[in-house]
Design a protein around this ligand. Sequence first.
Ligand code: FAD
Length: 488
Amino acid sequence: MKKTINVLGSGFSSLAAACYLAKAGHKVTVFEKNEQIGGRARQYKKDGFLFDMGPTWYWMPDVFERFFNDFGRKTSDYYHLEKLNPAYEVFFNVGDTIKISSSIDEIYSLFEKEEKGSSIQLKKFLELAKSNYEVAVKDLVYRPGVSPLELISPKTITKLNQLFFDIRKQVQKKFSNPRLIKILEFPVLFLGAKPGNTPSMYNFMNWADFGLGTWHPKGGMFEIIKGMESLAEELGVRFCTQSNVESINVSNNRAKSIEVNGEEIGADIFLSGADYHHTEQLLKPEYRQYSESYWNKRTFAPSSLLFYVGFNKKIKNVSHHTLFFDEEFDSHAEYIYDTPSWPKDPLFYASFPSITDKAFAPENKEAATFLIPIAVGIEDTEAHRNKYFNLIMKRLEKLTKQKLKDDVLFVKSYCINDFIEDYNSYKGNAYGLANTLTQTAFLRPRIKSKKVKNLFFTGQLTVPGPGVPPALISGKIAAESILKQLRS
Ligand SMILES: Cc1cc2nc3c(=O)[nH]c(=O)nc-3n(C[C@H](O)[C@H](O)[C@H](O)COP(=O)(O)OP(=O)(O)OC[C@H]3O[C@@H](n4cnc5c(N)ncnc54)[C@H](O)[C@@H]3O)c2cc1C
C-alpha cells in the first residue's frame, strides 16, 4: 500500500533514499531548510564565478553508476564526466611537486623513481587494496549495520584481521620514502580520522585513488545534485525548500508529524538525512537514543575553514586538485584530534576547477577553493579567518613562485559557524563521524531508531560513513530498511 514518507534534508543521502522510496511507489516529500537543495554539496555563484561549496573530488565512479543504474539510467543521462590527468598534484616544497598521473603504469614509474623497488611493493599493496574494494565497496558497505554478523561471509572472513591493523603501519612497512608515505596516507583523510587510527581494510581508498582515478563532472559536483533532483522528480518526489523542520512529534512510540514553519505535516514514515545529533534534538528527550556524552566521546571527522576566491588572472604552476603537504600532517593532526585548537602550520588543499572547466570562471580568470581541515567545536572568528587567509596566500605565492594577493577579486570564507547555521551540524563538523575501528559498520549510530518505530536516519553520521559515495549508499540502505519494515 502506498505510504506517505517525509524526508528531512536534501543532501546526497536524502536524495538517494527519496529516489528509492518513490520508485517503490510511495508518496515522498523532501523538506529542506535551505533555499537550495544539495546540503553540503551546494553551489555558490558570484560575478560569473562558480564554486562547489563542499565536495570537489569525484572518486569511486562505479558507486555513482550503480546508483543511476538502479533506476535504469546512466550517469551520462544527467552529467558528463572527464578523467583528470594529472589526477592531482602534491607540493612538498618550493617548486618541488609530484603529479599523480591518471595512468597506473606512470604511477608505478613515479614510485620507482622516488624509491627503488617501491613499484613492486605498490603492485602488491594495490592488489590487496583492489580485493578489499571488491569486498567492501561492492558488498559490505551496502549492509545496514545492525549486526556484527553482517561482516562475516566466506569472502570477508580472511580479511577481518585487517580491521585490527592500521593503515599507517601497513604503509610504513612497505615504503620508506616520506613523500610516498604521505601520498599513500592521503586517501584515508577522506574517512575523517588519522591514518594511525584507521583500519587497514580501508586501504581500498588507495585503489579508488590510483586504480579508479579522479573524475570531474562538467559543471561541477552540483551537476550530480541536479541530476538526482531530476530523477527524483521523474519518480514523483516533491521538494519543499526553505522548510526548516522544527520538531518531530511522537506519540505511543510512533512519529506522527513534523512541524515545518509552524505547520504540522503528518506521514506514515519519517527519514532524516539531517545531522543525526540534530535530528535527535527535534525529539522529546525520552525518544532520543544517544546522550550528549555519547556524542561528545565520538571521533568526529574534521571541520574545515574554506575560502572561495575569484582571481583576476590565471594561476600558474598548479593543477585542478592541488595538495599543499609542505608541512607535517602529524603535527597538524594533533590540533585536529588530540588538542582541538587552531593549527600552527596547517596543510591545505586547493581546487582550481577553472583550469579544466570554463564554466567555473570568466575568461582569463581563475576560481579557487582553499580548504584547511580543523578540529570541530573550536572558536571561529573573523580574526581567525583573516589570519589563515593571509597565511595561505603567502604560502601559495612562495610555493608556486608568483604574486597573487593583489589579484584577488573577492573572498568568501566558510567555517564552523556556517556549518552550524546552515546545516545544524554537530560542533560544526564538515564530514560527519570518522571511520575508526570503533565507529565502523554496526558500531555507528543506527539507521533505524530503536525508540520511535517509524523513524529512520541516513547520512554521514550513520552507516557507512563520510563522503559522497557513502552518502549515496547510506540513502539506499535507509530506503531498504524502510521498505523491509513496510513489507513486514
Ligand atoms: C568542505 C567539504 C568538502 C568535502 N569534500 C568531499 C569530496 O571531495 N569528495 C567526497 O566524496 N566527499 C566530500 N565531502 C563529504 C560529502 O560532501 C558529505 O559526506 C556528503 O555530502 C554528506 O551528505 P549527507 O546527505 O549525509 O548530509 P548533508 O549534505 O549535510 O545534508 C543534510 C541536509 O539536511 C538539511 N537540514 C538540517 N537540519 C534540517 C532541518 N531541521 N530541517 C530541514 N532540513 C535540515 C541540511 O540543510 C542539509 O541540506 C566534503 C564535505 C565538505 C563539507
